[in-house]
Design a protein around this ligand. Sequence first.
Ligand code: SAM
Length: 206
Amino acid sequence: MIVTDKNHFAGFSPASARNREPISQALMTLLRGNETVLEVGSGTGQHAVYFTEQWPGLQWQPSDIAQQLPLLQANLDTHERHNIDQARLLNLQHAHWADSVMPVDLIYTANTLHIIAWSEVVSLFSQLEKVLRPQGRVIVYGPFRYAQEFTSTSNAEFDAWLKVRNPLSGLRDFEAVNALALAAGLSLLHDIAMPANNQLLVWQKI
Ligand SMILES: C[S@@+](CC[C@H](N)C(=O)[O-])C[C@H]1O[C@@H](n2cnc3c(N)ncnc32)[C@H](O)[C@@H]1O
């Protein structure tokens, strides 16, 4: 049985609750408000629920790997929104994950690139050609390294902690991720410094 806590989210993520507001502030300058959005690695669905409330004109497609889907869908059912689709299976380990996905205006993913393996980061960017509409954008939130340096001691400690948990996890080099984006035909529009040494990276399909 999936149990909802006092925040009305099963598996409630305090980090997701903390960063939704600064992300929302940044999105105000970035969104038209009527985009179709594919979220990769939706987790508990907290961002999907919050942002679709802020922007009722968005149409949001949440997704995650199979083991996360029951909890994600249970949370979406609790927080029924007219502009959130049923959660769908999207596992970046599947090389052709985009084959069954309708093209969207925006791909959004938060707190994922340092969790998934580098091969999955490559997989994410490799399919953008198919899944992003012309002028479509990719928005990624999370911590990154720059010039192979951590931007804070806490990020270095976080990276070490992640690698103990899973040697394939770890903070990504901004330059390496940006190179994947450029190779996918995108250009970097914004690199916004966010609270707690995170970044909001925005690319657009040229
Ligand atoms: C730290 S959570 C972030 C969840 C949510 N985006 C947030 O900000 O709270 C990382 C998410 O990545 C998902 N994930 C892990 N491996 C994945 C894969 N191969 N393909 C897609 N998502 C994956 C996890 O299931 C999880 O929901």
